[in-house]
Ligand binder design. Structure first.
Ligand code: FAD
Length: 399
């Protein structure tokens, strides 16, 4: 006989979006199960730089409509979660840097100054006096201008730990393709059915949420949905390991007309406590298609030009490619905000940025309440751990 389990919500994908939603919706009294096909955090979340943006980076190249955008509220929102004052309590999450900086040593310094002065960015960015420079820039041997942003950087490993800790018995590993989606007579998805030799059971739910990043597309196809459209943006990320590397958290503004950060550096530690510089920004985008040696060559040259006072001789360079997965809502342009769409009882979601996850969770929570989804009474008889394995947590690329 095929056994049957039921819950209110099934979430697919254990990155930041799925794990945040799992916590948020469980706190609201819903019965929620999260299914993951790989290790938790193994997609974009652990590969992200962990910058909680206020959006200035995007305003710089004109890609964002300025101070009114949702993203400008996000640093304060995350800070309240980190202080234990939000629905999600992140007091145990480590902050790698309380500040994020923007540095320009190019001939475009005056252009940057004019730009920052001309927009309604007051309170969001402040020029740093040389005497107040952090140690890294005090040692600079080239002149430049330094600005402090409201952005800060979280440690994504500890962020995952916090979000997983209280939810372990609701998170399970499943094999891709080990289940099929079932629809009721109204054509709405109402269950998934596991029906192979090792497992035969049905998991029913009121709603299903796809928050599987790059994996959403396969899920959309498997569930025969028609509306949600996804897009991928590949990046070629570089990281540099070295005992003597001082930590730094900075966007370096280059001399391109758009003021797009040429390089975005965050600093992390590997398992041995060695410093790791993680390099994003324009170098990661223009590096797509370059092989490992070519990308590392570009990174070495760029670092030597931007930071001539740092010795990179005893450092190790590595790179890897990864896709950013987003909704395709406007002909392959980059979405500004978090996004979800519902079709046939299935919500398909992309936070667009780690930073915007609380906003995505607010929107989904409001939508569920407005759709009349009411928490059910928990059943004491069913235990999914009888049929499914727990999911493990992934580690950072640098170990
Ligand atoms: C290099 C890089 C740097 C970034 N830096 C920043 C930053 O500094 N700040 C910022 O705000 N944003 C940043 N981002 C964006 C941010 O990381 C993503 O928007 C966010 O992590 C997406 O989270 P997610 O949970 O939707 O997806 P993911 O983190 O990709 O998680 C998806 C999960 O779903 C699982 N999965 C896949 N298929 C299935 C399936 N069929 N069933 C169940 N599970 C499945 C995957 O294994 C994975 O665990 C960065 C992204 C990249 C790639």
């Amino acid at each position: 006989m095929t056994s049957s389990y039921s819950t209110d919500i099934v979430i697919f994908g254990g990155g930041i979006a799925g794990l945040w939603l799992l916590n948020r919706l469980s706190n609201q009294g819903y019965q929620v199960i999260l299914l993951e096909t790989d290790k938790l955090g193994s997609g974009q979340t652990l590969a992200s730089q962990g910058i909680i943006h206020g959006g200035l980076k995007y305003a710089l190249n004109g890609a964002l409509s300025g101070a009114a955008n949702v993203i400008s509220d996000m640093p304060a929102r995350w800070r309240s979660a980190l202080a234990g004052e939000d629905e999600i309590d992140l007091r145990e999450c480590r902050v790698l840097s309380e500040h994020y900086y923007m540095w320009s040593n190019s001939g475009f310094r005056s252009k940057l100054k004019t730009f920052l002065g001309s927009k309604s960015l007051s309170g969001r960015v402040t020029a740093v006096e040389q005497r107040d420079y952090p140690d890294f820039f005090k040692a600079a041997t080239v002149e430049g201008v330094l600005y402090k942003l409201p952005d800060f950087v979280v440690d994504t490993n500890s962020l995952l730990d916090v979000l997983i800790e209280k939810q372990r018995d609701r998170i399970f590993r499943v094999q891709p393709g080990s289940y099929t989606f079932k629809r009721n007579e109204s054509g709405l998805v109402n269950a998934i059915s596991f029906n192979d030799e090792s497992m035969q059971f049905v998991l029913e739910a009121q709603k299903f949420i796809f928050s599987a990043g790059k994996g959403n597309q396969q899920l959309i196809d498997d569930a025969s949905l028609t509306k949600p459209k996804s897009q991928l943006r590949p990046l070629n990320m570089v990281y540099v390991k070295g005992k003597a590397l001082p930590p730094v958290f900075v966007h370096c503004i280059g001399d391109s007309f758009s003021l797009t950060p040429k390089l975005t550096v965050t600093s992390h530690s590997d398992a041995e406590g060695e410093t790791v510089w993680y390099l994003g920004g324009e170098i990661a985008e223009s590096g797509v298609g370059k092989d490992k040696d070519a990308q590392i060559h570009v990174a070495r040259k760029l670092l030597a030009t931007l930071f001539p006072w740092i010795d990179f001789d005893a450092t190790e360079f590595h790179c890897f490619t990864i896709d950013r997965a987003e909704a395709n809502i406007n002909n392959n342009t980059r979405p500004e905000d978090a996004y979800f769409i519902e079709e046939s009882n299935v919500l398909v979601a992309w936070p667009t940025k780690l930073t915007l996850t609380p906003n995505l969770a607010d929107n989904i929570s409001d939508h569920l309440v407005a759709s009349g989804v009411v928490p059910s009474t928990p059943s004491t008889e069913q235990n999914l751990s009888d049929v499914l394995e727990p999911a493990e947590i992934a580690t950072s690329r640098w170990g």
